[in-house]
Write a protein of this length. Structure first.
Length: 448
């Protein structure tokens, strides 16, 4: 068991780490769109039922994401510092923790389907459809959260190719099984909305087996979870201290998007539609930035553990330059072709105008957001998830949302867009400031 990222060409390593992640995230986005397409074929009620369930996967995913961040941090730092015995312990205890939480969430979910979704505003006549989908989905929670955490451990080892492949295979599994189980083809019965949930469960089952196999056979980091209870609780406490702020951080953006959508909605349905198209196109361009930020997590963690601080500085500076260059290229592209790109999704002239305005205002500001994401990923990787949470809270709740309310009242929906523009740039400055403070704590020269 050896740290792979503490020596060698930094640029090549970042590219090799980021490339597979970009592919994996892109695969998931495309296959999720296909999933929505098939469910839409059942009818608008089925589509509405699934729309009401959307916050639940976000919350469950945030739990697994938080524990995954903690696992990445502890495993990569232990690996970098040569404490190989701790790698297996933290990997095993992270997975045992997420198994228990997954089972608890599944039980709570199964017992609260009707009251929860009625509270969320779902019509009573839609509850049977929601229950049909969620009863299967809740049972599949362990199949979802275990491979998410397992893949975080694998990324911490410096391997982003396997997690990306798993993401792609999960998406492909959904793509294959969705039509078979939703509509009934060949030997498969037509299960309707329930079939979509079963398709997800089947694809996730294969990712679970693959992740556990690689962790056990290739890296040998799964050991017995049965250790003295006091030691187990102590490790879970350490994991929670990093995981909980990361969990909250992962919930901040969906909450902010909900509030922003409500603000935009006050300007009419057409504006909401244009805003929705604009944010979806923006997310496609942001895939590269997600990959770059994800590449920093194992790299920074391993080198921090090995006390190779100069490599961390160089890697973060390179990641910031790559991100800025990518957004500059995207910005030039959108300045000339935004209208045509929006027209692919919707040909309503007003929707095109609203979405194009959003893209032209927001695109260059994503440079600031990228700098912030790179800072957040770097702090998460060394166990400083509280700092990451602070950065995000400042950007969204101190800057973005108050500005959106004020500028939205003064300048209509364009004011809301400009609030996002300002918040992104200031978020980049805040993230860079915290990185500067971190760099100041590093010694001028790496310890020999």
């Amino acid at each position: 068991m050896k740290a792979q990222l503490t020596q060698g060409d930094i640029t090549k390593q970042l590219v090799s780490l980021a490339g597979p992640m970009i592919f994996g995230v892109f695969s998931i986005i495309i296959f999720n769109l296909v999933d929505t397409y098939y469910i839409g074929k059942l009818g608008h009620r089925e589509l509405a039922a699934v729309a009401f369930t959307f916050p639940i996967p976000l919350i469950v995913g945030a739990v697994a994401f938080g524990i995954g961040i903690a696992a990445t941090s502890f495993v990569s730092m232990a690996l970098g510092s040569g404490r190989s015995h701790e790698v297996a312990r933290y990997a095993t205890d992270s997975i045992s923790m997420v198994v228990i939480l997954g089972i608890i969430l599944a039980i709570i979910g199964e017992l609260t389907i009707e009251p929860l979704f009625l509270f969320m505003g779902a019509p009573k006549d839609l509850i049977p459809l929601i229950a049909e989908y969620m009863r299967v989905w809740y049972l599949s929670i362990p199949l979802i959260v275990i491979p998410m955490t397992g893949n975080s451990v694998i990324r911490a080892m410096g391997n982003t190719k396997f997690p990306a492949m798993v993401m792609a295979v999960a998406g492909l599994g959904n793509f294959i099984f969705d039509p078979l189980l939703i509509f009934g083809m060949g030997p498969f019965p037509a299960m309707g909305l329930k079939g979509a949930a079963v398709a997800t469960a089947i694809s996730r089952f294969f990712t679970l087996i693959a992740a556990l196999y690689v962790l056990r056979k290739k890296y040998d980091v799964l050991t017995s979870p049965f250790i003295p209870f006091k030691q187990l609780l102590d490790n879970w406490r350490k994991i929670t201290q990093v995981a909980f702020p990361a969990f909250l951080n992962n919930l901040v953006n969906p909450i902010a998007m909900f509030i922003l959508t409500k603000l935009v909605a006050s300007h009419g349905e057409i504006v909401v539609a244009g805003f929705g198209v604009g944010t979806r196109i923006e997310s496609l361009f942001a895939i590269v930035l997600i990959g770059v930020a994800a590449s920093l997590s194992p790299f920074v963690g391993q080198n921090y553990g090995a006390k190779k601080y100069s490599r961390i500085r160089k890697a973060i500076n390179l990641a910031n330059k790559y991100s800025a260059l990518w957004i500059f290229i995207c910005g030039i592209f959108l300045m000339f072709l935004a209208d045509g790109l929006v027209r692919v999704f919707n040909d309503n002239p007003k929707v095109i105008e609203v979405a194009s305005t959003y893209l032209k205002i927001m695109i260059f500001s994503i440079i600031g957001l990228a700098l912030m994401q790179n800072s957040v990923a770097s702090h998460n990787s060394i166990g400083k998830s509280k700092t990451s949470l602070t950065i995000n809270l400042l950007r969204i709740f101190v800057i973005h949302l108050p500005l959106a309310i004020v500028l939205g009242n003064l300048f209509s929906y364009e004011g809301i867009y400009w609030a996002g523009f300002i918040a992104n740039f200031l978020g980049g400055i805040i993230g860079s400031f915290f990185l500067y403070k971190l760099f100041q704590k590093f010694p001028a020269e790496d310890p020999v």
